[in-house]
Design a protein. Sequence first.
Length: 257
Amino acid sequence: AIAAELARRDATIAVVGIPKTIDNDLQWVHRSFGFATAVDEARRVIIGAHAEAQAALGGVAIVKLMGRHSGFIAAHACLANNEANFCLVPEVQFRLEGPGGLLDAVATRLRTRGHAVIVVAEGAGQEHLPASADSDASGNKRLGDIGTFLRDRVRQDLGSRALQGTVKYIDPSYTLRNLPANAVDSELCLRLGEHSVHAAMSGRTDMMVGYWNQSFTHVPLAAATERRGTLDPDGDLWHSVLAATGQQVGWPGTGPT
């Protein structure tokens, strides 16, 4: 909108954006700044959750991570740690009840291994929660709290199965994005800034500096904001997560029950 107004006024002012979102959910950019730092911190949280789960008989640790519409932080944190047994993301619906559902799978895990770690992105599992028409001050739809919902349902289910268990719930919330940038993000930010200045001084405008195939690129803002980048349920990343967690290829299911 700013670029369009400047063009209408025939003003020689450049508008150049950089990919600022820790969710890594922008189109035409392989990595946005802040994402690597967020995954680093999420990995440490999962390490602590795993220790808590192992320390109790029938220990279940549930970690809720940021990711309203895209599960990249949860997916990459699970790959970086490899201690999570279940990874739930917004792009893949999961069954909750019944044979092969999440609760049944957690109970089976406790009987065979004695502990379980569940990593869930904040936007996952909304099909199991009451829909809300409310929005926050930024216009984002208010989500149901999948973390506390799973905490309560897992506790309830273990009791109904007469399984001894202790459920610990960990929500690092905004601490994932309030940390000093790690080395990878610090370098990326510096180079994005350099390329933004070069682009503006060469006369470019209404664009974003991206990073694609090991190169810095110029992406029209219309293309960068056309749609949200999301995890591909049929892609290599998600199949790597399934292999790392031990989830079956066909689970989570394609629809709620």
